[in-house]
Design a protein around this ligand. Sequence first.
Ligand code: IFM
Length: 473
Amino acid sequence: MVTKGSADYRDSGLQFAPDFVIGSATASYQIEGAANEDGRGPSIWDTYSHTPGKVWNGDTGDVADDHYHRFEQDLDIMKDLGLDSYRFSIAWPRIQATGVGAANEKGLAFYSKLVDGLLERGIRPIATLYHWDLPQALEDEGGWTNRGTAYRFAEYTEHAVRALGDRVHTWTTLNEPWCSAYLGYGSGAHAPGRTDGAAALTAVHHLNLAHGLAIPVIRETATNDPQTSVTLNFHVIRGDDETTPEAARRIDALANRAFTGPMLKGAYPADLLEDTASVTDWSFVQDGDEKLIHQPIDILGVNYYSTVTVKMWDGVSPRENADGHKDVGGSPWPGSRDVEFQVQAGPYTDMGWNIAPDGLEELLLHLHEEFPEQALMITENGAAFPDTVEDGRVHDVERTDYLNRHFTAAHRAIEKGVDLRGYTVWSLMDNFEWGYGYSKRFGIVRVDYDTQERTLKDSALWLKSLIATRTLP
Ligand code: IFM
């Protein structure tokens, strides 16, 4: 996966098949608000965001987009855009306030109304079970470093699927476990904010185990023969230094193969275990775990935003370490802190992430080559830019251009034989961007956080046209 260079990726007139599913995505803590309503318990993100100094400007998800109260209006926006699908996540602490025990009927009722509202509008519901809002009570017991959390996740899954498993089309177990493990327990840039490399790797395994335990529960509990999936944020790794192959192998092992290994091949890669031997002996992997984790899934969800460029640090020169996911108190790369992340050529989004649509095509081709039988779906792609409102309109030219280029890249991958089933734009609306609070806007719909007014940006109108015509505007 080490390449360089970027072809031109802006195109128009390209056609997508009628059954290519084009939608948009959000996640519970980022949009819902209503943090203390209807029996919802605190999550690790409530605790983290309320801890001074953790999130930009002291922002929290207490109110966010107030989607919990405004979901009907948001559903109407989705209908207006003609979305084929809507990918949302379920807040575990709304279903079980402390992560254990009986289900909270009010929490389930909210998602039931949401799913009904989607189906009434002809939109396919894609539900993610875990998009980072772990019940705080489970974190108090060790969170993802505690093996029991994987079993609690399977129980929560059963509650959710029992209630919604007659209507949800696709169930996704985890969103980006890389972030949960390495940013949550390694660098501390995400909740729960721990900075312990061994804890991060333990979390990797227990997240994988949670996935493996949940997939059979979904299949056995749902009554509508749903699709099952997991969403990973793959790292597309580049560089042209003589040490790049070694650095790339290490990052590929930690970021990509630590998940695809057990999930899709039934074993952790040997080089990952070797690279991290000074951090942990991996004794938390019990006999039979890898087999449990290795479950067939219908769809592999692919989140892609940009690339990384790496080489090995010589230990002497000033270290660039331009990782988009910076070390905060610890490292997100246990055992491989000597890998240097180099500054990449622009242009950049407001996150400082380089825009590289060729990386998306390359990733899809690579995954197809490695897992030829596995159907893929782009479950997240999009861009933050500092929008301005002019005469009630948001002319987000850069975001529209970003989407055009990435849809073009996806189209090229399909033409080359990749079994790509759909494309979900991140995000339907501006929202709480984790450690960046409300300072970064990823939405195709603008949210005025003072009034909660929603305004379709030009990118939303562009997407609407694409969905209506199946042709790149
Ligand atoms: O906002 C996040 C989302 O929650 C997970 N994937 C990346 C997005 C942009 O950072």
